[in-house]
Design a protein around this ligand. Structure first.
Ligand code: T4K
Length: 401
């Protein structure tokens, strides 16, 4: 049976056949073949060394440090914990400025580290923090800025470095989306005091769960290693508090295989991204937002912006229509972290308005890109979007909650 939408009745939400038989999620979800995974696991079992900074974790740290050209790559259980431990290792106090337009973990990691969070708006074109969006929220309580390199682009780290140097603020980066991204002729990893990467399964480099804190500051790295665990601490240095942020051998094994596959996976993302750009170009009211501020991107997300009036349907209605077709589009990062608990309840945020963040949270959609997507799938998703636009005046879609 054809899944082309030739009339409103062909849409799955009205009883037609879904365009895809299986759910197509947003997320990179690249995974090595079972054979390579099994061989890597066999090695771990034969060595009988499963965690506590084993040989695979050590090898991965060396290779990732080479990839991003930094002196120290400190692996951790996930990026959220990496941000908490990074803030602790830096000895941050007071208030940290973060963008509200980010995954909630960016801010929550600072809260876990005992810091106050002050939210800044982002640039409407790049979706990133800039000196112009940070400056209005700087006050005497602010000691640091946690900038986010979003969507496989960057926030332009050098301009923020200049601002923070001038104001005497510590600058750190959430580069959860940043593997394979370079700016000003070098990879993300060595900017600010530290940068934190995520190796979650939905990221381009995957350890299923995982993360890494990168820094060129050897003393900071020594504190981080001691906070993470006595295993892999190298030299014991005094730290206020220790935890468990270890990266297991199973995580490291997958991360090493993922590192081998990174060039091919990035090339695949680039091809799929270009196909989306081409196929969505002719449809009024929707446009692909390209990663900005980067010399090279790994294209971890396909971000599109919907102009409800020109498209004929809201972003939330489009998401609902696609879900019925088994395309699980995401709406990152709604409603903006300042509107989520616990932050929305803080008196300082009651009257806080971040118009760009709030607009992006209402209009952006992320479409599937990564391992589970091929060119035919991109074509089919774009033809669904085109049909949604064409038939919009005759479709009454209930908006996704
Ligand atoms: N900073 C930023 C800017 C971030 O974006 C993130 C995480 C962090 C910090 C923190 O990093 P970590 O502590 O996680 O290392 C996902 C991810 O869980 C999260 O890692 C990511 N950012 C965030 C943007 O997205 P969800 O809840 O939206 O997606 P999830 O996990 O449900 O997966 C997406 C789709 O993929 C689903 O439809 C299910 C599918 N899926 C997922 C997994 C994990 C699969 O089919 N198989 C799988 O194994 O959060």
């Amino acid at each position: 049976m054809s899944t082309l939408k030739r009339s409103p009745a062909d849409f799955a939400f009205l009883g037609g056949t879904p365009a895809f038989a299986d759910l197509l999620p947003v997320g990179q979800l690249y995974f090595p073949s079972w054979e390579r995974y099994e061989a890597a696991m066999r090695g771990i079992f034969e060595r009988g060394w499963f965690t506590n900074h084993g040989p695979l974790a050590q090898t991965f740290e060396r290779r990732f440090a080479e990839l991003v050209q930094v002196r120290n790559a400190v692996t951790v259980t996930n990026a959220t914990l990496g941000l908490v431990m990074g803030a602790k290792a830096l000895g941050l106090t007071g208030t940290v400025v973060v963008p509200s337009f980010t995954f909630v973990a960016t801010a929550q990691a600072m809260t876990w580290a005992g810091l106050e969070v002050s939210f800044a708006d982002v640039d409407p074109h790049t979706h990133q923090l800039t000196p112009a969006t940070v400056e209005p929220v700087l006050d005497d309580d602010v000691s640091a800025v946690l900038a986010v390199n979003l969507w496989g682009g960057t926030c332009g780290p050098s301009a923020l470095e200049a601002l923070c140097a001038e104001r005497g603020l510590t600058l750190l980066f959430d580069s959860a989306h940043g593997t394979g991204v370079s700016v000003d002729g070098r990879p993300l990893g060595g900017h600010g005091a530290l940068e934190v990467f995520s190796f979650h399964a939905t990221k381009t480099l995957s350890a299923t769960e995982g993360g890494c804190v990168c820094t060129d500051d050897d003393e900071l790295a020594a504190r981080l290693r001691n906070i993470r665990s006595s295993y892999g601490a190298g030299e014991p240095v005094a730290v206020e508090v220790t935890g468990n942020g270890r990266f297991s051998e199973a995580q490291a094994a997958i991360a090493l295989l993922s590192l081998e596959d990174l060039p091919a996976n990035v090339a695949n993302n680039a091809m799929l991204h270009a196909a989306y750009v081409d196929s969505l170009a002719g449809i009024d009211g929707i446009r692909v937002v390209a990663p900005t501020g980067a010399d090279e991107s790994a294209f971890p997300y396909l971000v599109a912006q919907v102009d409800e009036e020109a498209f004929g349907m809201s972003r939330d209605a489009l998401v609902s229509l696609l879900a019925a077709e088994n395309v699980v589009a995401r709406r990152y990062f709604r409603p903006g972290v300042h509107r989520l608990p616990p932050y929305r309840d803080a008196p300082r945020n009651h009257t806080l308005r971040l118009p760009v963040t709030e607009h992006l949270a209402r209009t952006l959609v992320q479409l599937p890109i990564g391992a589970l997507v091929d060119l035919a799938a991109v074509e089919q998703i774009c033809s669904l979007v085109a049909a949604a636009h064409r038939f919009a005046p005759r479709l009454h879609v209930e908006e996704a909650a």
